[in-house]
Ligand binder design. Structure first.
Ligand SMILES: [Zn+2]
Ligand SMILES: [Zn+2]
Length: 258
């Protein structure tokens, strides 16, 4: 009897120690998301996005501020553009959701990067590469009357659209739909993620716009700088959504795309 009374507490104590040790181990083993591959400079993942050498599928996470949801037509057009120029045999997936306003407008790009850190939930994993798009409820703080920014690719897998600016530009024209403007800007920013022009996908022939870094000197090309900076985009989008010209496509092909 005496022995049992002594032994029991010892067993109980051992169990407690074992349990607490187990739970500590579980905490340590909770998978931590490695974000480093998605925090590199613009163009650094051009080949990874274009080819299927490392990543066989692409997931796009679109986070928009309530009221600024991109049109379904623009998202479908973007998917077509991606399927046309990349090799992703396991597909291009879109994950979209609304968030509340940050009340920070107008935005600096540092503020957008901070919002990404708070809101982004999908990072590269296995053979799936992830891109984040934030649709902001305001403008860029550097906008001027004659020159407004519609969107920006600001890291290797990060894009911002200035939703309010985009709506304003589209509503100024009766001949151009909001979805056409969105499509042009989304595709253009992906062109930058693909390393155009000469930022990640080396130029095969010189076609760099001497006045606007990372842009194409072919006037009607999707990568002409007019797409990014308001007003003149209406003329470009009026008759058809601009596409990549042959020189830009050549650069993508040389870097694993099509
Ligand atoms: Zn641009
Ligand atoms: Zn071009």
């Amino acid at each position: 009897m005496k022995i049992q009374k002594i032994v029991l507490p010892i067993i109980a104590l051992l169990l407690i120690v074992a349990c607490s040790k187990d739970s500590t181990n579980t905490d340590n083993e909770t998978p931590r998301v490695d974000k480093s591959a998605n925090l590199r400079s613009l163009g650094a993942s051009a080949n990874d996005l274009l080819s299927d050498a490392k990543f066989t599928s692409l997931t796009i996470e679109i986070v928009y501020v309530t009221g600024f949801k991109p049109t379904d037509a623009a998202i479908n057009n973007l998917k077509q553009f991606l399927q046309k120029h990349t090799y992703k045999p396991d597909g291009v997936n879109v994950n979209i959701r609304a968030v509340a306003s940050s009340n920070l407008a107008p935005f600096s790009i540092e503020e957008i990067a901070k919002l990404e850190a708070d809101e982004r939930s999908i990072y590269n994993a296995g053979d799936e590469i992830a891109v984040f798009i934030y649709v902001a409820d305001g403008s860029n703080e550097n906008d001027e009357d004659g020159k407004v920014v519609l969107g920006s690719a600001f890291r290797n897998t990060s894009v911002v659209l200035y939703g309010k600016t985009l709506e304003k530009i589209a509503s100024n024209s009766s001949s151009v739909s909001k979805s056409d403007v969105e499509t042009a800007v989304l595709n253009h920013e992906f062109g930058h993620l693909f390393g155009l022009v000469n930022v990640g996908s080396p130029m095969q022939v010189d076609h760099l716009d001497p006045e606007n870094a990372a842009h194409c000197n072919v006037n009607a090309c999707l990568m002409a700088s007019n797409i990014e900076f308001g007003s003149s985009i209406i003329d470009m989008v009026e008759n058809r959504i601009p596409e990549l010209d042959d020189l830009c496509v050549n650069d993508l092909v040389a870097n694993g795309g099509r």
